[in-house]
Write a protein that binds this ligand. Structure first.
Ligand code: ARG
Length: 459
């Protein structure tokens, strides 16, 4: 076995068990691309600043490009002995180009190198999550545009509350996912500071041109304190937090889909392409995708908690505990990236059972608030109107009728303020139409929300 890169002061080999325990190559190998990009920029800068020769710079860049190509062609096997992706690539480089390869790490530490890699990975991840979220929001807007007038019950405490439309309900989720877009944009902003030049913790004696590296790699700022730069994983937390909130939103929507696809609700029929059957019960068609999305939320929360906890006791600056950031980051990223397109596909292919929704909205006295509003508009204090309609509901429950199925005489026996026009005020359509303030279910209000959402997405 070749010597460890840091082996100079060591008299004996690392214990095999300890070496395996300590190695991160099994998971950080996926940073190969950003690691190589970062090294190329570093080498280019070292050459431009005259810290290494132009010939060495050229050899390093060509060598790194060859390694990148070979990794992507599946020709490279990483080695646990070299611990992590950084030392694996440096070893490969030196094997391939000799002396020049050994100069790459001038003015750099793995501590600022890994901080750079993680920030680059994060910026890419924010971009890809953003794209997936936009597709989901697009799908929600499309469903909403098709269902501006599809009346359904809205719930509090999972009890029927007031009538709304499927569009209003779906645009609530669009708004939630748009906040996720903003949260990922924020995480990207937090990641957008270039840490190379921080060295192990107290920067470097080499006259590095940090600005050049930042602009080569597309960073808009430099980390301003080298100790913070190598000890900081806040941007990873920001990203996992954004993943956790997004997973929570997906989970809430999943829960509704599970509920709505039951025989009892019957608001949605999932496509066969997004449902599964039972190995014993021939009749079953289960909403497994929604359940799995709901279930996977737990692991994303776990990722957030794991990293928060790993960081809480760490003194400045770098500590090996921080190597634990990557599995949490990758898992949160992979989980949310897997859930988002499944949710989008499931929604786009679903069959909305509009008749059942509207039928359900007609049950459960969802227009009771409107009946009370009617009396209040006629001059009755709202609290009294609430009492009258409460009695009305009790009466309806006993006689098995809906409020709008009562006769005017029935209504007037509870309050003489009811007149013929009450029926126009408490039909389901009227209940939705009259909630015309911005933010409400009136189709024009929802249309306005959709237009604003589309405008936001253009940015
Ligand atoms: N694999 C390490 C990590 O992920 C890289 C940094 C190692 N630095 C060190 N001084 N051991 O954190």
């Amino acid at each position: 076995m070749s010597k460890k890169m840091w082996g100079g002061r060591f008299a004996t080999e690392t214990d095999a068990l300890a070496a395996g325990f300590h190695s991160s190559i099994s998971f950080d190998s996926r940073l190969y691309r950003v690691d190589i990009m970062g090294s190329m920029a570093h080498a280019k800068m070292l050459g431009a600043a005259g810290i290494i020769s132009e010939a060495d710079n050229r050899a390093i860049i060509a060598g790194l490009q060859g390694i990148l190509d070979d990794i992507e062609a599946g020709k490279v096997e990483f080695n646990e002995h070299d611990e992590d992706i950084h030392m694996n690539i440096e070893r490969l480089l030196t094997e391939r180009i000799g002396e020049a390869g050994k100069r790459l790490h001038t003015g750099r530490s793995r501590n600022d190198q890994v901080a750079l890699d993680v920030r680059m990975f994060l910026k890419d991840s924010c971009n890809s999550t953003d794209a997936l979220l936009r597709e989901l929001i697009d799908a929600l807007c499309e469903i909403s545009e098709d269902n501006l007038n599809t009346i359904m019950p809205a719930y509090t405490h999972l009890q029927k509350a007031q009538p709304t439309t499927l569009a209003h309900h779906m645009m609530a989720y669009a708004q939630m996912f748009y906040r996720d877009v903003l949260r990922f944009a924020n995480a990207k902003l937090a990641a957008d500071m270039m840490p190379l030049g921080s060295g192990a913790l107290c920067a470097t004696t080499f006259p590095l041109n940090r600005d050049m590296v930042a602009s080569e790699l597309g960073f808009s700022a430099l980390t301003p304190n080298s100790m913070d730069a190598v000890a900081d994983r806040d941007c990873v937390l920001d990203y996992i937090y954004a993943c956790a909130v997004c997973a929570m939103h997906l989970s809430r929507l999943s829960e509704e889909i599970v509920l709505w696809s039951t025989g009892e609700f019957g608001f949605i029929r999932l496509s066969d392409a997004y449902s599964t059957g039972s190995s014993i019960m021939p009749q079953k068609k289960n909403p497994d995708m929604a359940e799995l999305i709901r279930g996977k939320t737990g692991r994303v929360y776990g990722d957030l908690m794991a990293l928060l906890t790993a960081l809480k006791g760490l003194p400045l600056a770098y500590n090996k505990d921080m190597q634990e950031d990557k599995e949490a980051l990758f898992d949160a990223h992979d989980t949310v990236s897997a859930c988002l397109p499944v949710m989008t596909g499931m929604l786009k292919t679903a069959d909305w059972r509009k008749d059942n929704m509207t039928k359900a909205a007609g049950l459960g006295f969802t227009n009771a608030t409107d009946a009370a509003d009617y009396l209040a508009k006629k001059g009755m204090p709202f609290r009294d109107a609430h009492e009258v309609v409460g009695k009305l509901v009790l009466y309806c429950e006993q006689s098995g009728k809906a409020i709008d199925a009562l006769t005017l005489e029935d209504l007037q026996s509870l309050s003489p303020m009811f007149e013929e026009d009450v029926f126009d005020s408490i039909s389901l359509e009227a209940c939705v139409q009259r909630r015309a303030v911005f933010g409400g279910p009136n189709p024009k209000s929802v249309q306005k929300h959709i237009a604003i959402m589309k405008e936001c997405l253009r940015k």
